[in-house]
Design a protein around this ligand. Structure first.
Ligand code: GYE
Length: 328
C-alpha cells in the first residue's frame, strides 16, 4: 500500500501522527532498540554531498535525528561510491546500531548487506532513493515519485514545443540511481510521439561541475544553434549547463530552453531570472518522516512499505511568487 503526503500541512499532520504513536508506547524495547526512552542509535548512510538537494536533505535528517529527539546519529556520506556506502552499512551493523537508514546511491547490489542487517535484527529504513531488492529486506521507504517527476517535466516540454521540431540533450543523474532511471523513463514516456528528438544524453553525476562539463561537450558537438532544449535530471546540472551556454555565447532560457528537477533555491532563482524555463519539485525535507518511521518500527508498530511525499512544479511566474517563502 502506498501512503501519500502533501508537503506542508499534511506532512505536519503525519508527524503529529508519528509523534502520538511514539509517545503512547511504554513498552520495554529490551536491547535498547525501543523508542520508549533510551537513546536510539541510528546509522545513516547518505549518498554524498553532490547537490543543493543533498545538502538540504542532510540538514533535514540531522535535525530530525537529533539528541533532543532521542537519537544518537552515526552519519556517513559515501561520496557517491556505492562500495563505500555498503561498507558504511556493514560498519553500522558491526557497531550494533538500533536501526539503519540508507539513501541508496544506486538501485542494485543491496541484497547481501540488507540480508546481513536482517540477520543481525537491525531494521532498515530507506529514504529518498529506492532499491531493486525484495521489499522483505527493509521495513519501509520514504521519498518521492521520480517517475512522476519525469512525466511532469516531459509533459511541460511536449506542450511547450508543440509540433515544432526540437533537438534535446539530456543531463542524466548518477548512472544506476533510482532518480536517474525513473526520471528518464517518465520523461521519455511523456514526450513519446512529440516533435522532440533526443540527440544526446550523458551523465553529469547530479553535480554542477558535471553538468557544466557535459554541456560543454554537447555545445562543441552541436553548437548553440544545434540544441533547442536541455532536460537536466536535477537543478545543479542545469546550473552548470547555464554556465556552459553563457560561455559559448548563448542565452540560456531563450536560445536553449532548460527544464530541470528539484526546485532548490539556486534553481528557483535561475527560473525567476529566466535562465531555466520550468522546474519540477523534489522535496528533500524527509528527516521527520524518516525519524518517525524508525521510532514506529522500533516500537513494533506496522508501517507502510512506501511513503510518498507529493511534489509540485513551477513556471517562471509561479517561482517568482513563492521563492521567498520556500524552506530550501
Ligand atoms: O534530485 C539530486 C540529488 O536522490 C532525489 O539526488 C535525489 C536526487 C536529487 O543529488 O539533486
Amino acid at each position: 500500500m502506498k501512503t501519500k503526503f502533501r508537503t506542508g500541512v499534511a506532512v505536519l499532520g503525519a508527524l503529529a501522527l508519528f509523534a502520538t504513536g511514539c509517545g503512547s508506547s511504554d513498552s520495554d524495547g529490551g536491547d535498547g532498540g525501543s523508542a520508549s526512552g533510551d537513546t536510539i542509535k541510528v546509522g545513516f548512510a547518505q549518498t554524498g554531498s553532490e547537490s543543493g538537494w543533498r545538502s538540504a536533505n542532510t540538514e533535514s535528517m540531522k535535525e530530525a535525528f537529533s539528541e533532543e529527539n532521542g537519537f544518537e546519529l552515526v552519519f556517513n556520506a559515501a561520496d557517491n561510491d556505492p562500495a563505500a556506502q555498503i561498507s558504511a552499512v556493514r560498519s553500522f551493523i558491526s557497531q550494533g546500531v538500533d536501526a539503519i537508514v540508507i539513501a541508496p546511491i544506486v538501485e542494485d547490489g543491496w541484497d547481501d548487506v540488507l540480508q546481513e542487517a536482517a540477520d543481525a535484527d537491525i531494521p532498515v529504513i530507506l529514504e529518498d532513493r529506492t532499491v531493486t531488492s525484495s521489499e522483505d529486506l527493509y521495513e519501509s521507504w520514504v521519498g518521492l515519485d521520480f517517475k512522476k517527476e519525469g512525466v511532469m517535466a516531459g509533459e511541460w516540454a511536449a506542450t511547450e514545443f508543440g509540433s515544432e521540431p526540437t533537438k534535446m540533450v539530456v543531463l542524466e543523474g548518477t548512472t544506476g540511481s533510482a532518480p536517474a532511471n525513473d526520471r528518464a523513463e517518465g520523461f521519455d514516456e511523456a514526450i513519446a510521439g512529440s516533435s522532440i528528438e533526443k540527440i544526446d544524453s550523458q551523465t553529469g553525476e547530479f553535480t554542477r561541475d558535471g553538468g557544466k562539463t557535459v554541456m560543454e561537450g554537447f555545445l562543441q558537438k552541436y553548437g548553440v544553434d544545434g540544441i533547442d532544449l536541455v532536460y537536466a535530471h536535477n537543478d545543479d546540472m542545469a546550473l552548470g549547463a547555464i554556465e556552459a551556454i553563457e560561455a559559448a555565447g548563448g542565452v540560456p532560457g531563450e536560445d536553449i530552453k532548460i527544464v530541470s528537477i528539484d526546485a532548490v533555491h539556486d534553481g528557483m532563482q535561475a527560473l525567476v531570472d529566466g535562465k531555466i524555463n520550468f522546474i519540477v519539485e523534489c522535496n528533500p525535507l524527509l528527516g521527520d518522516l524518516a525519524a518517525g518511521l524508525v521510532k514506529s518500527v522500533l516500537d513494533g508498530e506496522t508501517v507502510e512499505k512506501q511513503v510518498y511525499v507529493e511534489d509540485q512544479s513551477f513556471t517562471q511566474e509561479q517561482a517568482a511568487e513563492v521563492i521567498d517563502s520556500r524552506a530550501y
